[in-house]
Design a binder for this molecule. Structure first.
Ligand SMILES: [Zn+2]
Length: 278
């Protein structure tokens, strides 16, 4: 245990701090003489970790912000505005992305990449997904306004930070050959499925695209493309770390890639606590 102010280890328990939803152990630092509670990822929140993680979980599972607000009011007797829920999604999205980006899932093997169009804010926007074919891990998922070469390049440059595949399968979109060569050089084989029959091999990533399409349908609460990009960070975390897959024998994609998160109890809470403790 280290002091939150001066990082000294000379700390002792010093009563508890109470707030609206419970109490937390307070500590006294003998070096700087200040007291503190440990940051469990929910420091200074007006709502309990259970409420915050329930809202994040419901959003990940496809409820709109207003539906979540209604659910918490009706079933938990908690009154929270949809703007606050939006803030949670944004803040915890960034925290969890930073943390999970530091983990090292084993992503060797075959990947699939695909893009889908989302008409929003009077324009065509794009959602790019890069996924491990067998382990279902979402390597990169990016929401963009354009479908420029630069964006396709960026998608694979980000994916490259997480691993190098032996093979990437895509459709015939002309942006892929450059983006893949740019990120991986000759190391990675690029398979293009341009006709309908060979596109059948792309079913892993296409199933994900279907889920994403359903998810985008309830995102009128996106307000702007920028908000959309920020909110979208939470979904790969949900698919990779929270949701077990039947086809993976009940494991999450992260577990299939050798990364284990404490799955006892509230997994979102465990993941958030782990994110702030590093
Ligand atoms: Zn101190």
């Amino acid at each position: 245990m280290k002091c939150r102010h001066c990082l000294s280890r000379k700390v002792t328990e010093h009563g508890v701090r109470r707030n609206k939803y419970g109490c937390k152990q307070r500590f006294l630092c003998h070096r700087c003489k200040r007291t503190f509670v440990v940051n469990d990822g929910f420091l200074k929140r007006k709502f309990s970790p259970e409420t915050v993680t329930e809202a994040i979980d419901l959003w990940s599972r496809g409820l709109s912000l207003r539906q979540i607000k209604y659910h918490l009011e009706q079933h938990k007797n908690v009154s929270v505005s949809h703007v606050t829920i939006l803030l949670w999604l944004r803040e915890y999205g960034i925290l969890l992305k930073t943390y999970t980006d530091s983990l090292k899932p084993d992503l060797k093997g075959k990947w699939q990449a695909d893009e889908l169009v989302h008409y929003f804010s009077k324009q065509h926007n794009w959602l790019w997904n890069v996924m491990h074919k067998d382990k279902k891990y979402i390597v990169e998922s990016r929401y963009s306004v354009f479908r420029h070469q630069k964006i396709a390049d960026r998608v694979f440059e980000e994916a490259r930070k997480k691993g190098i595949p032996e093979e990437v399968q895509t459709d015939g979109l002309p942006n892929y050959p450059h983006a893949i060569r740019n990120a991986f050089g000759e190391e990675t084989k690029h398979i293009r499925h341009s006709n309908l029959q060979s596109k059948r091999n792309m079913n892993t990533v296409e199933r994900l695209q279907g889920t994403c399409r359903d998810r985008l349908r309830v995102t009128r609460g996106f307000y702007s493309v920028k908000t959309g990009q920020q909110l979208w960070t939470i979904l790969p975390i949900f698919y990779n770390y929270i949701k077990p897959h039947r086809t993976l024998g009940g494991k999450t994609p992260a577990e299939a890639c050798g990364v284990n998160i404490d799955r006892n109890g509230n997994v979102w809470k465990n993941l958030i606590e782990q994110s702030v403790s590093v």
